[in-house]
Design a protein around this ligand. Structure first.
Ligand code: SDX
Length: 428
């Protein structure tokens, strides 16, 4: 608690509200007593100035372009860590010893299979169903299979459910891809790393041996790290709100997947690559920049802008470098990458984008890499959901294990009709 207060005078009465300090970043004004004191609510649609909780998982300084997971900078984690180690860090708060990491990896590996009955859910979808629609349905359906890990008040069951979700998302995601491609599902293998296992389940076919390319495994693992968690974004807030009612973790993660799908959020990676392909060549960029600046045109530069980052998204920096490395190592010469780099340069020197502090975000370059690896654009947000599951699960655990947590129930500014009597239809 800070030693300063915030005073608010309403209707001639002045009340003090405690100011709370975090370990770093903006202080908060504790307004929990505001309604009792004033009969008024705060008003903040979109939560631009509202802290919904306290959390020790991820810190973002949007002006400085800083992203820390449990204090470790994202650039260092992306360059020196692994996705499994970042999962352990987010779940447990500290980097693991070698023994702790090996034990964690073994635990996750042994949860990668899904109940065989789950495969029948896929057959209920059309082959051309968007894989995010399949993810919403199949992940929600996990609630029907794992009754032994849905008691959210039992820490042991919360841990098992968390491990199951992290472990099974690659299997479920790969199955969604296989189903859309009309290829047979591929079972996980315990002798492969988390990310190599996912690539094999996605791209191998029974007709021939498949050896995951270490270049692609490394790039994919880095992409997973960059998407792991990101403070109280829309989908994480959805998971927390769903969890606050006591809903089981599988249902909560399914709610997060649904929210992530939106093009303003995780769906932006698919939209960004489609936009870059629509632009097609560098000479068409000015036309699209003009559209993005035109108030009467709903078009926005997908993969640009961010609610929190008013500087470079540090994830975009790593993603651009990874894109360059992967394209070079795979010998892929995708003109879309040139369009992306030129578009970024033009936008960053345009007064509109400078004034509104619009920079590339995590979604701007990811599609270039994923496309080079061989994923169809419809799979991009599925990969985002796969990686973000550890963040959702860690945030859910943090909330559920907080004894002070209660059901989330925002209020409103009512603008509808005041009370009036019912009028029978023959009198209207
Ligand atoms: C993710 O929250 C997170 O942490 C999310 C995420 C995560 O890891 O979980 O980081 C992942 O969702 C990244 C964002 C992906 N979305 C996109 O790339 C879609 C394109 N971007 C925009 O839709 C927008 O920038 C948002 C949704 C990301 C942020 O919107 P805000 O914070 O509500 O900002 P805003 O819409 O109020 O924009 C401020 C101004 C507006 O102009 P004015 O009304 O002030 O005149 O900037 C303009 C906007 O019109 N603007 C853009 C723009 N983004 C904002 N103009 C053109 N192109 C854009 N991309």
């Amino acid at each position: 608690m800070s030693d300063s207060n915030a005073s608010l005078t309403v209707g001639g009465a002045t009340k003090d509200y405690a100011v709370m300090d975090g370990t770093v970043g903006p202080q908060v004004i504790d307004v929990r007593k505001l309604y009792a004191n004033t009969g008024m609510f705060t008003y903040d649609p979109g939560f631009t100035s509202t802290a919904s909780c306290d959390s020790g998982l991820t810190y973002i300084d949007g002006d400085a372009g800083v992203l820390l997971h449990r204090g470790y900078p994202i650039g260092q984690l992306a360059e020196q860590s692994s996705f499994m180690e970042v999962c352990y860090l987010l779940l447990n708060g500290e980097l693991p010893s070698k023994g702790e990491l090996d034990k964690f990896i073994t635990t996750i590996t042994r949860h990668t299979m899904v109940h065989e009955q789950l495969t029948t859910f896929y057959r209920g979808f059309r082959r051309d169903a968007h894989p995010m629609a399949i993810m919403c349905g199949v992940v929600g359906a996990l609630s029907a299979f794992y009754h032994d890990s849905t008691d959210i008040n039992d820490p042991a069951q919360r841990t098992i459910a968390s491990h199951r979700l992290i472990a099974k998302m690659p299997t479920i995601a790969a199955m969604a891809y296989k189903y859309s491609a009309g290829q047979p599902f591929v079972y996980p293998r315990n002798d492969l790393s988390y990310t190599a296992n996912f690539l094999r389940m996605t791209f191998s076919v029974p007709a021939e041996e498949y050896e995951p390319d270490p270049v692609i495994v490394d790039a994919m693992d880095k992409i997973f790290i960059l998407h792991a968690d990101h403070e109280q974004n829309a989908s994480t807030s959805t998971v927390r709100l769903a969890g606050s009612s006591g809903a089981n973790p599988f249902a909560c993660i399914a709610a997060g997947i649904a929210c992530l799908w939106g093009p303003a959020h995780g769906g932006a990676n698919e939209a960004a690559l489609n936009m870059l392909r629509e632009i097609g060549t560098v000479d068409k960029i000015p036309e699209y920049i003009a559209r993005a600046k035109n108030k009467d045109d709903p078009f926005r530069l997908m993969g640009f802008g961010h609610r929190v980052y008013k500087n470079y998204d540090p994830r975009a920096t790593v993603m651009q470098k990874t894109a360059k490395d992967v394209l070079e190592k795979l010998g892929v010469n995708d003109p879309v990458f040139d369009v992306a780099k030129e578009l970024e340069q033009i936008a960053l020197n345009d007064p509109y984008f400078i004034e509104k502090k619009l920079y590339p975000n995590v979604d701007f370059y990811s599609g270039v890499i994923l496309s080079a690896i061989g994923f169809p654009t419809e799979m991009f947000t599925v990969l985002f959901a796969l990686a973000r599951t550890v963040g959702w699960v860690a945030q859910w655990n943090e909330m559920i294990s907080d004894p002070a947590q209660k059901i989330g129930r925002p209020r409103q500014l009512y603008t509808g009709p005041t009370e009036r009597d019912y009028v029978p239809v023959d009198k209207r």
